[in-house]
Design a binder for this molecule. Structure first.
Ligand code: UGA
Length: 439
């Protein structure tokens, strides 16, 4: 099949590369010439395991190319994916200007029947909006269909998630369009659901909001655990054995960041309000999450008797492991509070440091975890990268000014850390925090 993918961000590029790998002819389109150039040279402009290799293979075999010329790509393709960004506006509603612009160009370039598939996360009703824009700008009465096909891939495992999705949702009122998209995904042999357009649009937001709800829920439980001397890790484990609850997304800690959950929950709250419904549930998910970094810094400050003149080392900056993405990363807020209260910050992340340097050029960036520990009054684990799991903590301790360990992701065994001579704080680990530190 001939496919154009408009927007070569995370979703677009990975989708394009995977479809090419399945044997389709794919044109990736982006307005940024530097991105297009990098893709055509076989270098993905984002860090994603396995992506570069797959990109290079498909470029070499001639199934993939990138361009800035959307109109030409539309004319050559039967299926056009819209995977552009929908950044939040001031009030948290998604800005649809890029979606609108792509729809306009598609309308102007329509030269035969085409299927326009929306993969960007967009508010309910956007499919209709895209349809109206294309109708408004089309120069000849060619037919077209609009499909909503939400994306569920996670950053850091985007290629894997695209190859092995747990479900594929295809939302459209026209069976002809649905069958064409089914055909495109058929080689993956995964469960497919065909729905109407608004149903598919709701599925995306309902799924992300529910996952965010699980995280905020366990974080609220974590706060209670700290007060009553309970251990949230064990609470979550026991809850997770109940198959109706499940073990996933119940890791208490610093809360959720990234380009999806914070933005999507906010957008969903706005949407339900616009339809005359009560947004309190969604606002509460955000409020619990927003409080996490402040609370974490507060714990460090309490332990150290204030942060003025203290040195705090941060392990990890990315919003989660295996990505260089720092959008809405908890580290941003943590650094802001630490600096506000007069602390000096040292930090290390395996890949996200260049991104953070643009935001905070004046904190100290280190080459590894040990360098971060040098002279630190406290070490805070912010992102649970694999390489932080097996550190030599004896060495870390010997490098620090004071052996205080604040585990924002509950990565370490509290007993072991205490035995090594650390003061250990884990989020929601009331039992460990109270007894094992001899408090
Ligand atoms: C999320 C969804 O998981 C994907 O299914 C969806 O396609 C994507 O958003 C999207 O809408 O594009 P992503 O933002 O890449 O994917 O990251 P997640 O792995 O879901 O993690 C999000 C945040 O939640 C991270 O900051 C992570 O540290 C945090 N988290 C996750 C927790 O604090 N606790 C948990 O138990 C799980």
């Amino acid at each position: 099949m001939k496919i154009a993918v408009a927007g070569a961000g995370y979703v677009g590029l990975v989708t394009g590369v995977v479809f090419a790998d399945l044997g389709n002819e794919v044109i990736c389109v982006d307005i940024d010439p530097a991105k297009v150039d990098a893709i055509n040279k076989g270098r993905a402009p984002i860090y994603e395991p396995g992506l570069d290799e797959m990109l290079q293979r498909n470029l070499e075999e001639g199934r993939l190319r990138a361009t800035t010329d959307l109109a030409a790509a539309v004319r050559e393709s039967e299926v056009i994916f819209i995977t552009v960004g929908t950044p939040p506006t001031e009030n948290g509603e998604p800005d649809l200007k890029y979606v609108d612009e792509v729809a306009r160009v598609i309308g102007e370039s329509l030269n035969g029947y085409k299927i326009i598939v929306n993969k960007s996360t967009v508010p309910v009703g956007t499919g209709d909006r895209v349809r109206r824009i294309i109708e408004q700008y089309r120069r000849e009465p060619h037919e077209f269909d609009v499909v909503s096909n939400p994306e569920f891939l996670r950053e850091g495992s985007a290629v894997h998630d695209t190859l092995y999705p747990e479900r594929i949702v295809i939302g459209t009122d026209n069976p002809r369009a649905a069958m064409k998209i089914v055909e495109l995904y058929a080689p993956l042999e995964r469960p497919m659901l065909i729905t109407n357009l608004p149903t598919a649009e709701v599925i995306k937001y309902a799924s992300n909001t529910f996952l965010a709800l699980k995280i905020s829920y366990i974080n609220a439980i974590a706060d209670l655990c700290e007060r009553v001397g309970a251990d949230v890790v064990q609470v979550a484990k026991a809850m997770g054995y109940d198959s109706r609850i499940g073990p996933h997304f119940l890791q208490a800690g610093l809360g959720f960041g990234g380009s999806c959950f914070p933005k999507d929950v906010k957008a969903f709250a706005h949407s339900v309000e616009r339809y005359g419904l009560d947004p309190t549930l969604y606002q509460t998910i955000l409020a619990i999450n927003d409080a996490r970094p402040r609370q974490f810094v507060q714990r460090i400050s309490e332990r150290l008797g204030g942060l003025q003149g203290k040195t705090i080392g941060l392990l990890g900056l990315a919003f989660k492991p295996n990505t260089d993405d720092i959008r809405e990363a908890r580290s941003i807020e943590i650094i802001r509070y630490l600096l506000q209260e007069g602390a000096a910050v040292r930090a290390y992340d395996p890949v996200a440091m260049p991104n953070m340097q643009a935001l905070y050029p004046h904190i100290t960036y280190c080459r590894n975890a040990y360098e971060v520990a040098e002279g630190a009054d406290a070490l805070a684990l912010v992102t649970e990268w694999n390489e932080f799991k097996q550190l030599n903590f004896e060495r870390i301790k010997s490098l620090m000014r004071q052996p205080n360990l604040f585990d924002g992701r509950n990565l370490y065994d509290p007993q072991r850390m205490r035995k090594l001579g650390f003061y250990y704080y884990g989020v929601g680990r009331g039992e460990a925090n109270q007894h094992e530190n001899g408090l």
